[in-house]
Design a protein around this ligand. Structure first.
Ligand code: FAD
Ligand code: FES
Ligand code: FES
Length: 498
């Protein structure tokens, strides 16, 4: 049984955990306001809000219900358009803004936009990512507009919808948390009962620290579902699933002294909102906003990105350049590192992320091994990091080529700058997300200069093997990587340093 709250109703269902929330609300609850467009996370017509109880408060995030396994609804508040419509038939401030600004024509996409903007209004100023100053009207306006970056409209044109979003970024409706949203009639009054009700709904989460989970080892390990449901949509409903997305043992981002440790099910949004990550990476917001769209970032886990093994996976490229390690656990999923069973078999092991990739979608990992944790050395003050991504459009697109670089910088007595050591990764230029071993090694103890960049590029070109495809020719990708590699130096040292 999966139990959750759907709008104002308590639900317990024995529908397959691998079926989608979209199909559940439309075909089992007859809530047809949520639309089906692409079923691939691209159009946003199926956007819903998912409320999670955290420290006695409910935090809402927008998600695409077409990719969301029903299992991930367990213990949550699922909100569709029917759940925010006022009972008296009037319009919420979000709906009114869309009408007033002529933000809708055929209306097919409108529900998705309204849900995303309602999610923005339900957010608290502190949940705005750092880099977005919540006191600054322009920042709030940009945030309101970026909350609809996962919604596509085919007929209205975006300017009127952006005007509606901009209106909602101004008080009184703008992001102020649930109580403010209730007061402003952005959501109905029953929302104030949700926190208490959720505390009584038991989420069904597998305890990966518990022993004897073997019967579940045939099940599909399921994170946010944003790759699985695009790749094998039809078979997922029939598959047994092992939901890892909300598993408490696989979450959290902590400063553990020598290392930063991240639960494998942390999402891109979790990173964006993490004080630990923001404290280390000043450009986190700029970099991670290049990854997909708001609802997908709310669902996309790090482990999912690593295991999908796409040669252009953004988070994989990011963490390769941090020389990250992952902790893998085998069934029966005992806790602790390098735990061993009675017969001496190691149940948990650490490996470098770069060693996971053996060939196109070939991983050095058993199918039933779970990534539990990611860790990387806490950067010292002289570490610099940069991420670059080029795609056909800026947002909601996968990369043609992406690359990241971290380096320890040394200021020499001679007044020159040098690279003490470096880690560089590149995507879209090989069958795997590539750690550039030789180029990284070459940069050790090198002065920052044009000559160094030119020589490093020559080594880099020998390490990569791009192919011509719809995203560009081999030659174009080689040139692109060269430019992005140079851009790392400009971003880190400024235009005049090289
Ligand atoms: C519209 C759209 C846009 C996208 N844009 C981008 C983009 O810009 N950049 C980008 O990099 N990606 C993008 N993606 C791809 C995707 O969102 C990411 O790869 C995401 O990180 C996958 O995470 P998930 O939790 O959804 O994975 P899932 O789909 O749940 O799982 C993916 C794989 O990982 C396995 N898995 C999940 N968790 C674990 C675990 N803990 N241990 C072992 N195996 C596990 C699953 O079994 C499965 O094989 C996009 C996807 C969509 C639909
Ligand atoms: S139907 Fe298009 S994003 Fe879900
Ligand atoms: S109003 Fe028709 S698709 Fe947006």
């Amino acid at each position: 049984m999966i139990s959750f709250i759907l709008n104002n109703d308590d639900i317990s269902t024995d529908q397959p955990p691998g079926s989608t929330v979209l199909d559940f609300v439309r075909y089992h609850k007859d809530l047809k306001g949520t639309k089906i467009g692409c079923r691939e996370g691209d159009c946003g017509a199926c956007t819903i809000l998912v409320g999670e109880l955290i420290d006695d408060k409910v935090r809402y995030r927008s998600m695409t219900s077409c990719l969301m396994p029903l299992a991930n609804a367990a213990g949550k508040h699922i909100v569709t358009i029917e759940g925010i419509n006022p009972a008296d038939g009037s319009l919420t401030p979000v709906q009114q803004a869309m009408v007033d600004e002529s933000g809708t024509q055929c209306g097919f996409c409108t529900v998705g936009f309204v849900m995303s903007l309602t999610g923005f209004c339900l957010g608290t100023p502190t949940s705005l990512p750092s880099g977005a100053n919540d006191q600054d009207p322009l920042s709030r306006r940009n945030e309101a507009i970026s909350s609809i970056d996962g919604n596509i409209c085919r007929c209205t044109g975006y300017k009127s919808i952006e005007r509606a979003a901009a209106r909602l970024s101004e008080p009184p409706a703008s992001a102020g948390g649930t109580n403010t949203a209730i007061k402003q009639r952005v959501v109905p009054k029953y929302f104030e009962t949700i926190a208490e009700r959720l505390s009584r709904v038991l989420p069904v989460t597998l305890n990966v620290n518990a022993v004897n989970c073997r019967p579940l080892t045939q099940a599909v390990l399921t994170g946010g579902g944003t790759d699985l449901y695009v790749q094998r949509h039809d078979s997922m409903a029939e598959s047994a699933t092992m939901p890892l997305f909300y598993n408490e043992n696989l979450r959290g981002i902590t400063d553990a002294g020598e290392y930063i440790e991240i639960g494998a099910s942390a999402t891109v949004t979790d990173l964006l909102e993490s004080p630990v990550m923001n404290g280390i990476f000043p450009d986190l917001y700029k970099h991670l906003k290049l990854v997909s769209s708001t609802p997908i970032r709310n669902m996309a886990t790090l482990a999912g990105n690593f295991i999908n093994a796409s040669p252009i996976g953004d988070m994989t490229i990011w963490f390769l350049a941090l020389d990250a390690e992952i902790t893998l656990s085998s069934p029966p999923y005992e806790g602790g590192e390098a735990a061993a069973s009675a017969d001496g078999v190691v149940l948990s092991r650490n490996t470098k992320l770069q060693d996971l990739y053996q060939g196109y979608k070939q991983l050095a990992k058993q199918p039933d091994e779970i990534i539990r944790k990611i860790r990387f050395k806490k950067p010292t003050p002289n570490v610099r990091f940069n991420f670059e991504k080029v795609c056909k459009r800026t947002y909601l697109d996968i990369a043609t080529v992406n690359t990241a670089m971290s380096m320890i910088v040394e200021h020499r007595a001679s007044g020159t700058l040098a690279v003490q050591s470096a880690h560089i990764s590149a995507g879209g230029v090989a069958p795997v997300p590539l750690y550039l071993k030789e180029t990284s090694a070459f940069l050790n103890d090198k002065e920052v200069s044009e000559e160094t960049i030119i020589a490093a590029n020559e080594i880099m070109q020998s390490e990569i093997s791009p192919i011509s495809d719809v995203r560009g020719t081999e030659q174009y990708k080689r040139l692109l990587l060269r430019q992005l590699f140079t851009a790392h130096f400009y971003e880190i040292f400024g235009q005049n340093a090289v």
